[in-house]
Every structure is written in C-alpha cells, then in structure tokens.
Design a protein around this ligand. Structure first.
Ligand SMILES: [Mn+2]
Length: 355
C-alpha cells in the first residue's frame, strides 16, 4: 500500500446534506477526515436544494457526489408531532445502501466532527454503531458501519412501508430493521468515543474527564448546530445562539469552527476570488457582507432564521455561516424552508412511510 486510497477505493465515508447549511457541516466533517489522514474515499449524497456554488465546494473535498431525490414521507401530521415537519427527507439516508460501488462504508452525519483517525471502523461489520445516549439499547444513527447492497436497500424500504419508524426518522427505522443490534454481537457495538454526544460532559462529567481525550468523533445532536454559533475571530471564542436546545460543549464547537475558519473558509474565498471580508472583522450571519440587491458575491440566508442580516449594526469580530451559499446572484433569494436531517427524538409515534 503506497498511495492514498490505492487499496481502499471500494471503501468510503458517506455523508448526506439536504441544504447549504448542513453542507457547511459536510465541508467541516470532510475536512476533518482529510486532516486525520484517512485512506478511504469521501462520498456525499445531496438533494436538489444544495446550490451549485456549494456543490463546487463539496467537489473539492469529496471524491464522489451523488444527487438524490428525497424520499419524503408526505405525512405531515405525524412529522409535525416532532416539530420537525421536514424530517421525512432524511429517509434519503437509506440511499446510502445503493452506493454499491463500495464494498463497505461508514456513514457520518454532517453534524459530526472527526478528531482522530477512525479508519479502523472499516474492520467492523454491518451494522455497527454506538449506543444512543437517550436509550442505549438503540444505536445512534449518526455514525454507523454498513455494507451497500440493493437487496438491503429494498429491505429497508419494505420495513419502512410495513413497520414505519417509531421515532419518525431514520434512526427508528434502522433500529427496527437491525433489531438484534442490542443483543446479538458485541463487536457491532462501537465504543462511545466513535459517536460522542457533544453535550455529554454535562450529563456524566467524571466519565468525560476520564475518557474525553480519547474521543474520535463528536456528534452535535439536536437542532442547535455548530454553524449556528458565532465565532469571535479576534478571541477565538464561541457565542451560543439564543434558542439553544442542546448545550454543546464549547470545546468541540470551537474545534468545529477552527476547522471551518482555517480550511473551509479560505477555499470559499479562493473560489470567490476575493476575501470574504476584511479580516478579522466579520459580520453575522454571512461571512460576506450582506449585499441586498447587489451583485457579486453574496451569501444569502433564510428570513426564518433567528440570525437576520442586521444592517447598521456592528458585530465586529464575529462570524457565522450563511444559510445559503450563493455566488454571483442578484442578492437575497428566499428559498423554501430548509430540510434538516433527523435527530433522535423521544416523541413516540407510528408512521407509514413510502406507502
Ligand atoms: Mn446528527
């Protein structure tokens, strides 16, 4: 074995994004995989909502990009119970099993961050995953080892139709389909350090103190994501958004931003051909200044976001990522509400997908 990927071209890390905001997560997790020297391919599934400039950014980092159409459940009543009416699209995750050009894959949510090399995950068999902190007899579907197979894909769809998902998302379905995970084979239980919930230091601090330095993958579960935070470029400190649902450990949010600022942002600037803004003063929520109605490089954001572009206000030294990545457009374009991947939720419901 000599060259990167020479002997492992049939194995890949796979992630999924359904909009530009999550694509920032994919840029960071993909970069973090490069930074730890992975020998495997990087593959990403995207939905039509991801903009062309963002696709170009992703293509600089990922070896393989596949656009997929969302497998929307079209079951708004049930989905609304979860206060995440757009989560049906996350069944797109099932499409991962159709990446049969690979013999084995490791799925990583776009809201994860790799801190140490995890190529040893490819020694594991399908379906290997770490326990979910909310119900450890279920696995968390943010990180898992799987084997692409059209037969398995069809089985998963059939399972969705006949049994549904007990949490309304992919995690419930996958735990139903791979129902013997909890008891059948301990080798399919990934250590928690491969999918550490970023808020764990608040729930079991002594264990975090003891084992925290062994963490390999951090998972920013919940609706509040690292890219919703503000990053002070002068002090390197993090500010939480106002509507936090999960308090992520600021150490890891800062790690996410360090990757974004040092590797991802420069590539965006390089593609634009101009600095995003005079460093170090950066105005939220866009990296670039808000150019409403102006041409040139503009990163717009959704009006429903809590972080509106605030003209006339100074937020010097702070940075957040924009909702949509847009270059060369005619200013802010309001797009449909973004769809976001499903997270574990405790709301029980039986739904029928794809029926
Ligand atoms: Mn996640």
């Amino acid at each position: 074995m000599s060259g990167k990927g020479e002997n492992f071209e049939d194995q890949a890390f796979v992630t999924l994004v359904t909009n530009d905001r999550y694509a920032y997560g994919a840029l960071v997790v993909g970069q973090s995989l490069r930074d730890v020297g992975t020998t495997r391919q990087l593959a990403i599934l995207i939905t039509p909502q991801v903009t062309q400039p963002m696709r170009r950014q992703l293509s600089m980092l990922y070896d393989y990009i596949q656009e997929v159409n969302p497998l929307d459940s079209q079951d708004d009543a049930h989905l609304a119970l979860l206060t995440r009416p757009d989560l049906g699209i996350t069944f797109t995750k099932l499409y991962s099993w159709r990446l049969t050009q690979y013999s084995k894959c490791v799925f990583l949510d776009a809201d994860t961050l790799v801190l140490q090399n995890v190529d040893d995950l490819f020694d594991r068999e399908e379906l290997s995953a770490a326990p979910d902190v909310g119900w450890p007899d279920c696995f968390n579907s943010g990180v898992f080892v799987f084997k692409p197979s059209n037969e398995t894909y069809r089985g998963l769809l059939q399972c969705a139709v006949t049994q549904g998902s007990f949490d309304g998302g992919d995690q419930g379905l996958l735990n139903t389909f791979f129902s013997d995970w909890a008891t059948a084979d301990i080798n399919k239980h990934l250590p928690f350090i491969y999918n550490m919930t970023s808020a764990i230091s608040y729930s079991y601090l002594p264990a975090f103190v003891r084992f925290g330095n062994e963490v390999r993958i951090v998972h920013f579960i919940g609706r509040t994501k690292p890219w919703m935070y503000r990053y002070n470029t002068q002090t390197g400190t993090i500010s939480r958004p106002s509507d936090v649902d999960v308090t992520h450990d600021s150490i890891y949010v800062k790690m996410w931003w360090d990757v974004f600022m040092s590797k991802v942002k420069p590539r965006i600037e390089q593609e634009q051909g101009t600095p995003l803004q005079d460093s170090p003063s950066i105005t939220p929520p866009s990296i670039a200044p808000c150019h409403h109605g102006g041409g040139g490089e503009t990163m717009s954001h959704d009006s429903s976001d809590s972080n509106h572009c605030r003209h006339g206000h100074s937020y010097q030294g702070y940075s957040t990522v924009p909702e949509h990545y847009q270059i060369g457009g005619g200013g802010v374009q309001h797009r449909p509400p973004p769809s976001v991947p499903q997270e574990r939720t405790s709301v029980p419901t039986v739904v029928r997908f794809l029926s």
